[in-house]
Structures are given as structure tokens and as C-alpha cells.
Ligand binder design. Structure first.
Ligand code: ADP
Ligand code: MG
Length: 191
């Protein structure tokens, strides 16, 4: 089994394909290559001060592993846990964003922006956040597969499937064997 799969990255803007309109905002992990851009992207996302980001990333390549999943798992919908990391203490005002580990559903698909040659991961976290967290660091622990990607004829059918995905995820994660993953040291270690 390829699970658990551990992913991380700075949340970036998506295509605005109406995640929020559907009552299901999805936070995008950056493409592995994009992580190199560092400062320019941080500014675009309204992240914390350039010098802070420069220090933190140090220009070193951070692999989120999104592309590493290619060939190991099918595209589709997955479940697991996610955590938005606390922002840098020097950034003010401090965002009111929960730093707890929450259940999530992830859609893994081929990215049309890269001619469908690269994977993209969108994560809906099952928690009501008080504000958006673009530019913040997110860690994701993928634990299992729910279903393949489908083409939807109607908005209603899509919303219905999203709701089914959420309950499948919550039911799976409620199993005692999964409790340990909510506390996985990956969520709390500095690296
Ligand atoms: P985009 O196309 O930019 O991804 P979305 O409509 O999918 O736009 O909204 C995603 C954004 O919403 C995330 O990047 C995040 O900042 C915010 N957000 C708020 N609540 C959540 C949540 N529960 N799960 C995921 N993202 C959330
Ligand atoms: Mg989205």
C-alpha cells in the first residue's frame, strides 16, 4: 500500500473554478517545480515579508511529492488529515486560522495548465475556517482512496458526490486504527 502519503506546500491560488460557490473550497498544493520560485510567489499570494520567506526556504528545493504520486496511485478522490501550519510570528496581524489537524478530502487530477502531464492536488479540509489561508504552509497526510474522477453533467450531481465523499472520509477516519495518524509526528516536526 502506498499509504500514508505525506505532502506539504504553500497554499496557492487555483483556477477559481467555484470551489467556494459549491460550499467546498479546495486549497491547492503548489506544483513541485513552483516551490523554487520562492519570493515572487510569496508576494503574489500576499504572504509574510519577503526576507522572512527568503530565510525560511533558503532557496532550497522543497519537494511536496505531488508529482511523486504519479504512477503510484490513480487520479481521483482521497481521504486523510490536513493541518495549516502556524504562520511566522513576525507576520502581523496574526491570521485567525486553525492550526489543528482536521479530516480532509483530496482531489488528485491531471493539471490542464501543464497539458495534463502533471498532477495537481486540491484539498478540502472539513473545518470552518475563519478566513482564507493562501500563502500559508499546509501539511497533508493521505490515507486512502474513495473513488475515481468523474465527469459531471450537473452541478447537483457534483455536490451530491462531494457530500458522499465527505461522509465516506469521516466514516473511514473514525476507525480506531486511524486515530494514530491524526497525531502523526509529521504534522508537528520542523523540517
Ligand atoms: P481556488 O480556486 O483559489 O482554490 P477555492 O474557491 O477553491 O479557490 O477556495 C480555496 C481557498 O479557500 C483555499 O486556498 C483557502 O485559503 C480557503 N479555505 C477556506 N476554508 C477552507 C477549507 N475548509 N478547506 C480548504 N480551503 C479553505
Ligand atoms: Mg480550489
Amino acid at each position: 500500500s502506498p499509504y500514508p502519503i505525506r505532502l506539504r506546500g504553500r497554499v496557492c491560488r487555483g483556477f477559481g473554478r467555484g470551489g467556494k460557490d459549491l460550499g467546498c473550497p479546495t486549497a491547492n498544493l503548489p506544483d513541485d517545480e513552483d516551490e523554487d520560485e520562492g519570493n515572487s510567489k510569496d508576494e503574489r499570494d500576499g504572504g509574510s515579508k519577503t526576507i522572512t520567506n527568503g530565510n525560511r526556504s533558503g532557496g532550497r528545493k522543497k519537494k511536496t511529492g505531488v508529482q511523486a504520486m504519479k504512477g503510484k496511485v490513480d487520479t481521483g478522490v482521497f481521504y486523510g488529515f490536513a493541518r495549516v501550519l502556524p504562520s511566522d510570528p513576525s507576520s502581523s496581524p496574526q491570521p485567525k486560522v486553525s492550526n489543528d489537524v482536521h479530516p480532509m478530502v483530496m482531489s488528485l487530477g491531471l493539471n490542464p495548465f501543464y497539458k495534463n502531464e502533471r498532477l495537481s492536488a486540491e484539498i478540502h479540509i472539513m473545518h470552518e475556517y475563519e478566513q482564507d489561508f493562501y500563502g500559508m504552509e499546509m501539511k497533508v497526510l493521505v490515507l486512502g482512496y474513495i473513488r475515481p474522477e468523474l465527469d459531471y453533467v450537473s452541478r447537483e450531481a457534483l455536490i451530491e458526490d462531494i457530500n458522499t465523499d465527505k461522509s465516506v472520509a469521516l466514516n473511514s477516519l473514525a476507525r480506531p486504527d486511524y486515530a494514530v495518524f491524526e497525531k502523526d509526528e509529521f504534522f508537528y516536526r520542523d523540517d
